[in-house]
Design a protein around this ligand. Structure first.
Ligand code: HEC
Ligand code: HEC
Ligand code: HEC
Length: 359
């Protein structure tokens, strides 16, 4: 199927996904603050529909990367210091800003890679204003609270395993957004528990790559995306089937998320920013409602009961998930108590990695 046709295949599923994304965007309160902000939000909503249709199969539903690199990634969206370009732009010697980088890459693609040029001038299907819309959408990942994929990414995206199937199903392919299965609660498509035992592997494979061939009873055609046959490798399809057949095997095979130390710290900074830590903690040594993070790691802390402790990993972890357990002398007990629920384990580790860099 050619890209232009697929682009025009705006089916009900995509509209639904767009509505969900649109809702998420409109929830951002600052987005409603002014007309130009509202205009940008509308552009981003249009961009979300385009992204969903043309980009997810290679870059993932949440921009976590699949065939193409992750786009919802700190080293693409954030400079290390204010005023400095994100590391990926520096690595390419880019002289403009982030929006112009995104615009140029989307318009022209990367010759010699799988990234096609999307602008009509480069033989693609998109107008300049549609490319603007896509850029506006990608920038919402920079401006919004970070939403890291809650799923550990397997070591290889190409080696067959139930763990890879789990990752694809709950992560970049968005199956879990529509189907109930193994803790996913989707209601758009049929419940998939026991589906392989019921229909057999061949029929399930066909349901994934030719969704309109045989419809599940009671469901309308053209809701399930038709791009999986194009986007997925044989090993990825087999991995999905392995997972649907034996979800219990997946947990054993999913390795923890791996990031470089630098990425981990950048991610931690985004998490801390999104979680509002900087409302009470500075990173430059100045006083605020809470102690500064600057130089905190490894320092001795005097608690309100006179006990002296060292601010090591365990202390920082405890300070974040149970702030009242150890009270720093001279400060009130005002820190939110629910970060342990709001942040994933991985996010908390990233915040600690970030605090460590503040020396
Ligand atoms: C067929 C797969 C494919 C599709 C579809 C695709 N991309 Fe890509 N994209 C890639 C690959 C592969 C790269 C990395 C190219 C390289 O090697 O430099 C890439 C790179 C990028 C980059 C640069 C990232 C960086 O780290 O420099 C951006 C931005 C991007 N794509 C956006 C998009 C958008 C937006 C869409 C949808 C309109 C899209 N892509 C559709 C495969 C794809
Ligand atoms: C946008 C919503 C949506 C997404 C995303 C989606 N599906 Fe579906 N799926 C449906 C709908 C609706 C049906 C029922 C209509 C049909 O059979 O095509 C369906 C049917 C199925 C069936 C047949 C079930 C039966 O009882 O006959 C299987 C298997 C399936 N999907 C697996 C997947 C997998 C695996 C993924 C991810 C790679 C996925 N789906 C992604 C909506 C979706
Ligand atoms: C409403 C204000 C507030 C917010 C928001 C807040 N904190 Fe705190 N935090 C404090 C105060 C006050 C203290 C010192 C009293 C105590 O130990 O609870 C503190 C203590 C800490 C400590 C121990 C510091 C030390 O000097 O020993 C760490 C680490 C910490 N916070 C991390 C965080 C992180 C990470 C976030 C965001 C996820 C956060 N805080 C959000 C007010 C806040």
């Amino acid at each position: 199927m050619n890209l232009t046709r697929r682009l025009l295949l705006i089916n009900l599923g995509l509209l639904l996904a767009a509505a969900l994304l649109g809702y998420a965007l409109w929830r951002e309160p600052q987005r409603l603050a002014s007309d130009s902000v509202a205009w940008r939000a509308r552009a981003a909503e249009r961009g979300a529909v385009l992204y969903e249709d043309a980009c997810t199969e290679c870059h993932g539903v949440h921009g976590e990367g699949l065939v193409g690199p992750a786009l919802n990634a700190p080293d693409l969206l954030h400079g290390e210091d204010p005023g400095r370009l994100p590391p990926r732009l520096q690595a390419r010697g880019w002289r403009g800003d982030l929006p112009s980088f995104l615009m140029a890459t989307i318009a022209n693609g990367r010759p010699g890679s799988k990234m096609p040029g999307w602008a009509q001038t480069a033989g693609g299907p998109l107008t300049p204003s549609q490319i603007d819309d896509l850029v506006a959408f990608l920038l919402t990942w920079r401006d919004a609270e970070p939403t890291p994929s809650p799923f550990a990414r397997p070591q290889s995206l190409h080696q067959r395993s139930a763990g890879l199937g789990y990752y694809l199903f709950h992560g970049p392919l968005g199956c879990a957004d529509c189907h109930a299965f193994d803790n996913a609660a989707g209601v758009v498509g049929p419940e998939l528990t026991g589906v392989v035992a019921r229909l057999g592997r061949d029929a399930v494979r066909n349901a994934i790559i030719n969704p309109n061939d045989h419809l599940a009873p009671g469901y309308a055609p053209r809701i399930m995306p038709e791009t999986f046959a194009y986007a997925l490798s044989e090993n990825q399809i087999r991995s999905l089937l392995d997972y649907l057949e034996h979800p219990e095997n997946a947990a054993l095979q999913v390795a923890p998320l791996e990031r470089s130390e630098k990425d981990q710290a950048l991610w931690g900074k985004m998490v801390a920013d999104g979680a509002g830590c900087f409302g009470c903690h500075t990173v430059d040594g100045t006083a605020s409602d809470g102690p500064t993070f600057l130089g905190l790691y490894g320092q001795t802390r005097t608690l309100d009961d006179g006990v002296v402790v060292v601010a090591d990993d365990d202390y920082l972890y405890e300070s974040i998930v149970s702030p009242s357990a150890k009270q720093v002398a001279g400060y009130p007990d005002i820190m939110d108590q629910d970060y342990g629920f709001r942040l994933s384990e991985d996010d908390i580790r990233a915040v600690i990695a970030y605090i460590k860099t503040l020396r």
